[in-house]
Design a protein around this ligand. Structure first.
Ligand code: 13P
Length: 250
């Protein structure tokens, strides 16, 4: 089955509104003819409106990096899914390892956020991945199974067909230590098997699984050559228009 590639940039806590304008001015011409993949950029909340405006009329979709599961409420400092929709977002990253590590995100909160994102009409980008110590202890599959089943329980096939899954081994994030294409592909295959146990074979084979962790212009080709790797979730290298465009145009 051929799946349409997705290249997504996660800006994390980088870029002001001014930086965002500059990025798009440089980036848009570089991807003006790039129709071979979906392009997603996830800026910080304060730059969303600028990014949405800059991406208008292009196929670039803007996503947020997190959101709350409630529609509204007394949750100081939080942003809801419908607010993101109103701001022009089409997707939202859920369960990024940095949110799991530093902000108490759990499989349970991922599951609640996933339901809220789907209800709001956003494309959820669900992140899973193991720590270096877990990989070393041969726990990679157990950890991913727990994250997958905990994060994605009580989902219908129709809902499942709307999500993107991102495999981001924590030992490869921001470390310059990319998983080899073979390591990433083997994990993607395992994730697809998990999907096939819970959802229909059609849904499982249509699921797009992105790899994330030190993706750069010089390693994207090797990763994308793997049948099982449907795209990339890029951190550091998505901050520079030229390097992100080179990744998009792999
Ligand atoms: P780096 O590409 O900087 O390793 O970050 C990966 C990531 O966490 C994307 O969500």
């Amino acid at each position: 089955m051929s799946r349409r590639p997705v290249i997504a940039g996660n800006w994390k806590m980088y870029k002001t509104q001014a930086d965002t304008r500059q990025f798009f001015a440089a980036f848009k011409p570089l991807v003006a003819h790039s129709r071979h993949c979906d392009i997603i950029i996830a800026p910080p909340f304060t730059a969303l409106s600028v990014a949405v405006e800059a991406a208008a009329g292009t196929p670039i979709a803007i996503a947020a990096q997190n959101a709350h599961w409630a529609r509204e409420g007394a949750f100081t400092g939080e942003i809801s899914m419908p607010m993101l929709v109103e701001a022009g977002c089409r997707g939202v990253i859920i369960g990024h390892s940095e949110r799991r590590q530093y902000f108490g995100e759990t499989d349970e909160s991922v599951n609640r956020k996933l339901g809220a994102a789907l209800h709001a009409g956003l494309t959820p980008i669900i992140c899973v991945g193991e720590l270096a110590a877990e990989r070393d202890a041969n726990l990679t599959h157990a950890v991913l199974k727990r994250q997958f089943e905990g994060g994605l329980h009580a989902l219908t096939d129709a809902d499942f067909s709307r999500i993107l899954l991102a495999y981001e081994p924590i030992w490869a994030i921001g470390t310059g230590r990319t998983a080899t294409p073979e390591i990433a592909a083997a994990v993607h295959r395992f994730l697809r098997e998990l999907a096939a146990k819970q959802f229909s074979p059609e849904c499982a084979s249509a699921l797009r699984i992105l790899y994330g962790g030190s993706v750069k212009p010089d390693n994207i080709k090797g990763l994308m050559a793997q049948e099982e790797i449907d795209g990339a979730l890029v951190g550091g290298a998505s901050l520079d228009a030229k390097s992100f465009a080179a990744i998009v145009n792999f």
